[in-house]
Design a protein around this ligand. Structure first.
Ligand SMILES: [Cu+2]
Length: 158
């Protein structure tokens, strides 16, 4: 009985962390990671991020992945392509969506499969107008492999 109560309390804490993180002037909402199957090396993390005074996302670190990159995905000659970008501008007061089919955080060299309901810590590196880099810790909830499925070409070249 006692163990169950502790688990419940933990779930509430994790749920609150996933819903919103606010550090300095950056607000993060709806952070999630697409679940993986055994042997899969890479997946995408998605979120909505808003800076009050203007900033840039310049890096991401996660203990779940050997390497984390900021990726841009777009159509190029009828083919969906992704490439790593150094920074993603966060214009003041404008929500920037990292979503399937567009910008995303690419988690590479995954250390283990990510199952629905798991929680993945992400550290966002945010560069403010003063060029200082601050970190924002969030937790992203793992959703089904098929959640908001992007086109079939999504991530296959990894
Ligand atoms: Cu990618």
């Amino acid at each position: 009985m006692k163990a169950r109560r502790i688990q419940l309390a933990l779930a509430i804490v994790l749920g609150a962390a996933a819903a919103s993180a606010l550090a300095g002037d950056v607000e993060v909402k709806d952070a999630w990671v697409r679940g993986t199957v055994s042997g899969q090396q890479a997946t995408g993390a998605f979120l909505e991020i808003t800076s009050k005074s203007g900033a840039a996302l310049v890096g991401v670190v996660s203990p779940a992945a050997g390497v984390s990159e900021i990726h841009e995905m777009k159509m190029d000659g009828g083919i969906m392509k992704m490439r790593a970008v150094e920074r993603l501008a966060l214009p003041a007061g404008t929500p920037v969506h990292l979503a399937p089919g567009g910008y995303h955080v690419m988690l590479l060299n995954l250390k283990q499969p990510l199952k629905k309901g798991d929680s993945v810590p992400l550290t966002l590196q945010i560069e403010g107008p003063d060029k200082q880099v601050e970190t924002v810790q969030i937790k992203a909830e793992v959703r089904d492999l098929t959640a908001m499925a992007a086109p079939a070409s999504d991530h296959q070249h990894h």
